[in-house]
Design a protein around this ligand. Structure first.
Ligand code: ATP
Length: 234
């Protein structure tokens, strides 16, 4: 395995607010890497920085290239695709139109990817003609993930994909994530849902107040007394 994403001593501020303070982390090819932490810990800022959305001090590399030297759209073309927390769907367009827009930079193999997404989340196939804004929150989340997959990612960044979802939908997203990983896509998952993350990730970083407090595989972290008490209910 080799590092596809490498973050070295990275700091990001919003004016006076230091959101990331000297973060060092990496994502290896084929892994699911989780970033957990409470509200405001810096999870979104970290994944957005990796996707080229913020100025930073330190180094962030995607496949050995400094992210700060590329535009976010160059990074998408290079296979780094970000599914944001806000989902960014086109509400007045159909499910299928939203999916096709996800492929706007990568048209090769688009029909196969559409089939993959419809197999992954059959609800989307059933509702292909429905306007995105009339879908439930969970269906919209599936659509947002599906649209990101239409960009043919090598690395898929998911920011809070389980936020506000009912348990039945959570299971669909959970199954979907397993299938995505089995298809060879590397995943970076920012999540407040610690149990969900621990169940899927190969390695997990715990962010608190802009710094990494713990890192390791889920089994090791489940044995960590601080993680157990503060994040796993004792
Ligand atoms: P959440 O789980 O609530 O989304 P998070 O772990 O993703 O939180 P961030 O959204 O990265 O955390 O926020 C990290 C810190 O940066 C917080 O203190 C937040 O208030 C601050 N912050 C985030 N975005 C901005 C912004 N646009 N302007 C100013 N401060 C910001």
């Amino acid at each position: 395995m080799s590092a596809v994403v490498s973050v070295d001593d990275v700091s990001v501020s919003y004016g006076e607010v230091a959101a990331l303070r000297g973060i060092t982390a990496n994502v290896q090819d084929g892994e699911i890497v989780g970033v957990i932490g409470p509200n405001g810990a810096g999870k979104t800022t970290l994944v957005e920085t990796i996707s080229g959305f913020h100025d930073y001090a330190g180094h962030v590399e995607y496949r050995g290239e400094e992210v700060g030297d590329a535009s976010p759209s160059d990074l998408v073309e290079a296979g780094l695709v970000h599914c944001t927390e806000s989902r960014d769907l086109f509400g007045h367009l159909s499910v299928e139109d939203n999916l096709e827009l996800g492929a706007y930079r990568q048209q090769d193999g688009v029909d196969d990817r559409l089939d993959f997404v419809y197999d992954l989340f059959p609800t989307l196939a059933e509702r292909a003609d429905q306007n995105a804004r009339t879908m439930s929150g969970g269906e919209q989340q599936m659509l947002a993930i599906g649209r990101a997959l239409m960009g043919d990612p090598d690395v898929l960044i998911l920011d809070e994909p389980t936020l506000g979802l009912a348990p039945v939908i959570l299971q669909d997203i959970s199954d979907g994530l397993d299938t995505i990983r089995d298809s060879g896509v590397t995943v970076l998952l920012a999540e407040q849902n610690v149990t969900f993350t621990m169940n899927h990730a190969d390695r997990v970083y715990l962010l608190e107040n802009g710094t990494i407090e713990r890192e390791g595989d889920p089994e090791t972290l489940r044995g960590d007394e601080y993680i157990r008490t503060a994040y796993l209910g004792g």
